[in-house]
Write a protein that binds this ligand. Sequence first.
Ligand code: IPE
Ligand code: IPE
Ligand code: MG
Length: 246
Amino acid sequence: MTSEKSILPRHVAVIMDGNGRWARARQKPRHAGHRAGVKSVRSTVEAAAAHGIECLTLFAFSSENWGRPAEEVSSLMSLFVEALRREVAELHRNNVRLRFIGAREELNPGLVKKIEIAEEKTRRNTGLYLNVAVAYGGRWDILNATKQLAAEVANGDLQVDDIDEALVSAKLQLADCPEPDLLIRTGGEQRISNFLLWNLAYAELWFTDVFWPEFDAKQFDLALEYFARKQRRYGHTGEQIGAAGC
Ligand code: IPE
Ligand code: IPE
Ligand code: MG
């Protein structure tokens, strides 16, 4: 089978990096870069939906990004509120299920309210799962899952010996999405920066020097082409995969 469907990732995760450097190269303030990045989010969501990808997870703000200057953090939070106000109706029209992952208790209550309204509005849609990671860290996610399992053990609802990988996965933020098949990172750095540490175990990694505000559907297609050329072996030999493949 060589249909596009068979070589498409089911889940694409994206580290949207390079907004600040994009702005600096244009003598603009960093927040102008973040603002310019919203257009790329729109094109990426449209491209993913057009290809029939099931899940798209976008890293918008990490646990560590709280350490940035207060003024940058607050302009990012305002941008999230504004983007929700502007984009949710269109996402809903396009049948997208919007969800946020991360430590939402760390966010301003006004933003949390908007997130909850957007999630509720789009909950019954049947198209693309769009997960936006805000105040998210891969370590936080694993720690959170561990605490839930520990609580079940403490209550007597779970035996330590019954804890397995599937149970840990089930407590993670993205429990109901398949693991990301493809990770895209823009902005030239080749690192994970505490994104989906558990889930990315066997993702294909695609890096581009393009800054996030310049990322578009054409770039997305390049990443998909790269993915389509990969043989995913999961620890097996190429011959084993070739023999089983079709
Ligand atoms: C990514 O762009 C957006 C966030 C991390 C919020 P950056 O702001 O990290 O841009 P660079 O890496 O400084 O260019
Ligand atoms: C990763 O980018 C986080 C997001 C894109 C939201 P960073 O710019 O924070 O990553 P580092 O600091 O370069 O590793
Ligand atoms: Mg960065």
